[in-house]
Design a protein around this ligand. Structure first.
Ligand code: GLY
Length: 352
């Protein structure tokens, strides 16, 4: 079992290991006194794990209510958020109670946002069940829903009270769902850790996903501690996401987040290399590594369509947008460019 502290205010820990859903009640009792736990999950995760979690919470002395919504990014909207808030109110949750987000990135983002706005904020716990939520979205307190204009456009920062990452859940994930999270972990390798990146190149990931999760979470915890509200350094975590979010939006969210980020990362690596922003060749290595995980390195959507979709991106500020530029594997930099140059950058890296 690994425990990684996140020293935000208030601080919390990320626990990574097997059997955590089965033991979640006892684990949470170490930090949360008996209260009403509202477990929010989706129609894929609920049938797999909801009973295990509710039994464990009840055995530890918590009152438990549950809410399930249809799985998928198309549920990550104001209508489902409203349903969750009405459920919390119906169940009479108070500020001394707690919400649990049991599932992948969509569940974590949306349940976290509900926790941030219900009664102006109640505590919540993240229980990630996918690789994507384990390595990235369950940590750091970003919560959000999508709007018609774009991804994650309404949300709040609210750090969870705890993250329990049960690695047993990863064993039954379909390969494409596992790969979706791998994309975020490869991104972390390109950002800060060539050794982590190499784990994907030599196949170690499959043997030891807990090691990969721990390395991603350790890095992210440090970034979030230094820049919780994304005023500077945290923007680096958006590597590949300007194009990635645009791909998701252009596909009507049919292309999952990690697959879109993989293509976005490949586009940025090629653009950076072709514009001589890198210290040497990196694009082929990044592309090979992503393809070895079953991830895409290109997109059918034109540079024009992607640049247009990216105009609604949160990373835009007035007439400029901050992009993340890989310099070499393990080192990236932020670069503020005029919005009018985004099409040129995307167009430069678009062709595989
Ligand atoms: N997923 C990027 C971040 O949490 O900042």
């Amino acid at each position: 079992m690994r425990t990684i502290p996140v020293k935000t205010n208030p601080p919390y820990t990320v626990t990574i290991g097997p059997g955590l859903l089965r033991d979640c009640g006892a684990r949470l009792r170490e930090r949360i006194p008996p209260c009403h736990m509202a477990v929010v999950t989706d129609s894929i995760v609920g049938p797999l794990y909801l009973e295990t979690v509710t039994e464990s919470l009840s055995a530890a002395g918590y009152a438990v209510s549950t809410f399930e919504f249809p799985a998928g990014e198309e549920s990550k909207n104001v209508s489902t958020l409203s349903d969750i808030l009405e459920f919390l109110a119906r169940e009479r949750l108070t500020r001394s109670d707690c919400l649990i987000a049991l599932g992948g990135g969509v569940v974590g983002d949306m349940a976290g946002f509900a926790a941030a706005v219900y009664l102006r904020g109640i505590r919540y716990v993240q229980m990630p069940t996918t690789m994507l939520s384990a390595v990235d979205s369950s940590v750091g307190g970003k919560t959000a829903i999508d709007l018609k204009a774009g991804k994650n456009l309404a949300g709040a920062f609210l750090q969870p009270a705890a993250v329990l990452c049960d690695t047993d859940c990863l064993e039954t994930l379909p390969p494409e769902v596992f790969a979706d999270g791998t994309a975020e972990a490869v991104k972390t390798g390109v950002l800060c850790d060539e050794g982590l990146f190499a784990l994907f190149e030599d196949g170690t990931l499959k043997a030891d996903p807990a090691e990969v999760i721990a390395r991603c979470v350790e890095y992210k915890a440090g970034v979030v501690e230094r820049d919780e509200k994304e005023q500077g350094e945290r923007k680096l975590l958006n590597l590949g996401h300007t194009v990635g979010h645009a791909i998701e939006k252009c596909s009507g969210y049919a292309i999952p987040h990690g697959h879109a980020v993989a293509a976005g990362l490949a586009v940025m690596a090629r653009a950076a290399e072709r514009l001589r922003w890198t210290s040497g060749p990196i694009a082929e290595r990044v592309g090979r590594c992503l393809e070895a995980q079953g991830l895409p390195v290109s997109t059918e959507f034109s540079p024009e369509a992607l640049a247009e979709a990216a105009l609604a991106d949160k990373k835009r500020a007035g007439d400029s947008i901050t992009i993340v530029v890989p310099k070499e594997i393990g080192t990236c930099e932020l670069l503020k460019i005029p919005v009018s140059e985004l099409l040129f950058v995307i167009g430069t890296g678009w062709e595989a």
